[in-house]
Unconditional design. Structure first.
Length: 260
């Protein structure tokens, strides 16, 4: 059986050697536990059995474990400028053997490995079985949902850890990125040449949700409009940003009304 309390304590022990006074480290620790909460809610809404629920919580607890070494070695959370943090995470857990600190049973190893490896990819890889696909989908939705909270907290506390919002507000969205957004699609994040494109890509996470639980949370907390607010300040770009909000709201409402 999965002991999520024991796993959580093991996670806290794992992050102890890192500089927890560092804002980025604190951010990732908080993000980890908040992602677990969202995953638990998704699993409950899906009426999963107890074993599946606990597994979803464990995977979410471990999904960003590669982030801490990524920051220590490369001093960045940007995968394109360093290393794929999901791939690093499964290396730490399975090649280096850290997984046994969190769960003694090897029964779930393949599911955990594939779900974590796929949590940050543009799309989930082919060939996953039903349980692997289920858990990959849950952690992807849970991760994205809490990323919205992370961005809002960075904005409202004026941390500017993630972006310089005043500078981004001066930029216009690239035509291709806007075209994708209007089609309810995510753009290729490896081809962004403007910070605003990367910013809008966060909003476009909504188009990749597997379940409506996370979308309901986004709607209830009004994340989209609140995240867009600091970059809707210049007349030259305001209308474009308002268009993004309208498209996002329409999509979320359509999905929730549809019920899937």
């Amino acid at each position: 059986m999965i002991n999520i309390q024991k796993a959580s304590k093991a996670f806290s022990e794992y992050v102890k050697p890192y500089d927890i006074t560092n804002g980025k480290i604190k951010l990732k620790i908080k993000h980890t536990f908040r992602t677990v909460e969202v995953a638990k809610k998704i699993a409950e809404d899906l009426n999963l059995n107890e074993e599946q629920k606990l597994l979803a919580e464990l995977i979410s607890l471990l999904h960003d474990i590669g982030r801490f070494e990524q920051l220590r070695i490369y001093d960045t959370f940007k995968d394109k400028d360093s290393i794929d943090h999901a791939n690093l995470g499964v290396k730490i857990l399975f090649e280096d053997g850290l997984i046994r600190n969190f769960i003694e049973n090897t029964k779930y190893d393949d599911i955990i490995y594939k779900a974590i490896r796929n949590h940050n990819k543009f799309k989930i890889e082919d060939g996953l079985n039903n349980e692997e696909l289920l858990q990959a989908r849950i952690v992807r939705d849970a991760d994205k949902t809490d990323i919205f909270r992370v961005f809002l907290e960075d904005i409202e506390k004026n941390n500017n850890v993630l972006y310089n919002y005043k500078e981004i507000a001066k930029e216009t969205i690239s035509p291709k990125v806007m075209e994708n957004f209007e089609k309810y699609e995510q753009a290729d994040r490896n081809k962004f040449d403007r910070n605003i494109d990367s910013y809008i890509n966060i909003i476009s996470f909504i188009f990749d949700y597997n379940y409506i639980t996370g979308l309901k949370i986004i709607k209830e907390k009004n994340y989209i409009e609140r995240i867009m607010q600091p970059i809707c300040i210049y007349k030259e770009t305001k209308e474009q940003m308002k268009k993004v909000i309208k498209i996002a709201d329409t999509y979320i409402n359509e999905r929730i009304e549809k019920g899937s």
